[in-house]
Design a protein around this ligand. Sequence first.
Ligand code: DGY
Length: 314
Amino acid sequence: MKVFITKRIPDTGIQFLRNKGYEVVIRDRGGLISAEEIVHGIRDFDGMISMLSDPIGADVLAEVKKCRIIANYAVGTNNIDIKTAKKLGITVTNTPDVLTEATAELAMTLLLTASRRVVAGDRFAREGNFQGWEPLLFLGKGLDGKTVGVVGMGRIGRVFARMVSGFKAHVIYHSRTKQDVSYPLVDFDTLLKESDFISLHLPLALESRHMFTEHQFNKMKNGVVFINTARGPIVREKDLVAALNSGKISFAGLDVYEFEPEITEELKKMDNVVLLPHIGSATEKARNHMAILAARNIDAVLKGEAPLTAVQVE
Ligand code: DGY
């Protein structure tokens, strides 16, 4: 049987499939995939490993011939029309758990890097501007005694909250339902009003698209630190730029963008913003485990067994 992979993933996953006798075809190029290439994958292959940047909507799914599984190489599956896939009998799987620590770690990294001005300070030092210790040089915001608002208390939110708790900070969270954690659950407005730092850990869905616009930014404390490692379209990026310009948000750390891979030009010019190229899960360990999990899901479904991590239709 034949499996199509839309970008090169770690060899662990490719070897796993080849050792089981699958013919594996890899689209071995950078850049975004075209609709024709996705159609080729789901029309001519038995299974496909897709990336979070591959848009798999009803239009391309309509072309399906023999594909029985789309194994998304990510925990988020907002790039796939899950309902249509289910109607067509295609299993969709994702890669939960194996990237939790890595992604939470990156959110923590962004929080500290942005709020302690690490990137701007590094640039300043490299450019030969360091003339000696200064009492007012690169003052940032530390976590000591601060309130960190976690939006979404799923796997990644929990690990992030655990990491924050290692500092002298107080965690509050907002989520649709109360979770089995010791941090206080608060309504959305309370989180916006009380947090000194806000970090997003929720999936992109109809209800979370543009959950953060001018309206929500205006309710936040002046000088709040804002971190997004979840999905770009949860935030209206032009309103984020305005909130950074007005000082409402003092620092931001972003791994994801509303119009990814495009990044709003103004953000690139601000030195109170740290920008990363969607590398939340980018550790060797996480990416290897994601590759094996995606490959095992493909193998299970093509053998007629239950997938390990199927995505459920809500
Ligand atoms: C995912 O897997 O959804 C993450 O965004 C990867 O960084």
